[in-house]
Write a protein that binds this ligand. Structure first.
Ligand code: AMP
Ligand code: MG
Length: 406
């Protein structure tokens, strides 16, 4: 038996980022950049106008109102070659168009009479106003995105601006998902007496995909050695294998034995956590193998606390554990000393504080309170009871967009 913290340390020591692949920018969002990227050129590449208006020499416009002759027109996309702002003149210019020679300020059209041949400017003009200067955003050669950065829409925009269609990112792990048990039937079948639908496979696939993994569904290993050998062998070909059930101390719990027979090294079995105690973790070469308990709530909680961080690390994420924050209990909570207890919670924010209520019946077999949970409290092993008003460490569970962080 290992502690919650030991289990996490063992797992995180065993996993590392997978290799690098180059993906098209359209698929890069949500991935982690695997190289430092220097700007291939200046951004912007030439001085250009930040406004629709007039390109001027600012010293012509220090005494306003002033009147200038309009000698040219530069729409966005035009070339400024050969166009010069002569003394006492202006060039009509649109946002994004390159500024012409001798231009040192742009006057917004709103501060003029919008003249076509001649223009009257109302406001005093400052040197360099409304010009975006070459390289003022990013200069050529500067690292504009570092390895380990999460690619979000702003990174996508900058990568696209630099013409980078292919982006080096860490590979997504292929995660084999295997359920075990004679009582299971697949979705689409009507369960007979004693049978239940294999819901864990689908829920694990959803969880794997939510964190960027590629789910490979292996199916069901029946409660006999041959079936376990066949299915586990198949699962071990993936980057990660997750099994559910068959890992407790029951007569039909074969997962750990067969994994060992196939050459996996058990790193731990049993964690001082409730729910989720019988969790086992093994390594088969570089393939981590998570053997999660079969009870759907235990499967999901152990995925959340142990598998999710590992899958994130394998994709190059640096921040792999969900940040904990404090919530004030609305009701007392009791627990046994010696184990970390995971409690499913509803959250409410009041006067800048989070308040937590149990989402209901916390028994392992109750799925509905997991469905209703917005957050999870991780109650420390050494504590025994919490009173109303006590603060506990919690983290969000799932994407509850109705809850904004403090
Ligand atoms: P076991 O670890 O095999 O004793 O299973 C623990 C509990 O989880 C039993 O009630 C199983 O019926 C249930 N269970 C096991 N596998 C699944 C699964 N794939 N989907 C839903 N429930 C399951
Ligand atoms: Mg079983």
């Amino acid at each position: 038996m290992v502690s919650f913290e030991e289990a996490r340390t063992i797992i995180m020591d065993c996993v590392q980022p997978l290799g690098i692949e180059r993906v098209h920018l359209i698929e890069a969002a949500g991935r982690i950049l695997a190289e430092d990227l220097p700007a291939p050129w200046d951004m912007p590449l030439w001085d250009n106008s930040a406004m629709d208006g007039y390109a001027v020499r600012w010293q012509d416009c220090t005494n306003t109102p002033c009147r200038l002759r309009v000698t040219g027109f530069l729409p966005a996309g035009a070339k400024a070659d050969g166009i010069t702002v002569e003394a006492g003149c202006a060039v009509r210019i649109m946002t994004g168009a390159p500024t012409p020679d001798r231009c040192d300020a742009v006057v917004p059209v709103e501060e003029s009479d919008d003249g076509q041949q001649e223009v009257t400017l109302q406001e005093p003009v400052k040197n360099r106003q409304h010009i975006r200067f070459r390289a003022e955003d990013v200069a050529a050669g500067v690292i504009f995105a570092r390895s380990g950065t999460l690619i979000r829409p702003p990174e996508v925009n900058m990568l696209a601006g630099f013409g980078m269609a292919l982006v080096p990112v860490y590979r997504r792990p292929v995660v084999a998902i295997l359920s075990t048990g004679d009582e299971l039937v697949e979705l689409g079948c009507t369960p007979g007496p004693g049978q239940i639908i294999n819901s864990n496979t689908l829920s694990l696939a959803a969880a794997v995909q939510e964190v960027g993994g590629i789910a490979r569904i292996i199916g069901i290993a029946r409660d006999n050695r041959e079936s376990h050998v066949e299915k586990l062998r198949e699962g071990l070909k993936a980057d990660v294998l997750i099994t559910s059930a068959g890992v407790s101390a029951g007569d039909c719990d074969l997962v750990r034995d067969v994994l060992e027979e196939l050459g996996a090294t058990q790193m731990f079995w049993k964690v001082a956590i409730k729910p989720g105690g019988p969790t086992a973790f093994a390594m088969f070469g570089t393939t981590p193998v998570f053997s999660l308990p079969g009870n759907p709530v235990s499967t999901m909680i152990t995925f959340e606390e142990f598998v999710r961080p590992a899958l994130l690390r394998m994709q190059g994420y640096q921040q792999v554990f969900k940040p904990l924050f404090k919530a004030v209990l609305r009701d007392p909570l009791n627990k046994k000393k010696g184990k970390v207890q995971i409690v499913r919670l509803r959250l409410e924010k009041e006067r800048g504080c989070w308040f937590a209520t149990s989402s209901g019946n916390q028994q392992t077999a109750i799925l509905k309170t997991m469905v209703d949970a917005q957050a999870i409290a991780v109650l420390p092993s050494e504590s025994s009871s919490f009173a109303t008003g006590d603060e506990v460490d919690v983290h969000f569970y799932g994407n509850h967009i109705e809850l904004e962080p403090l």
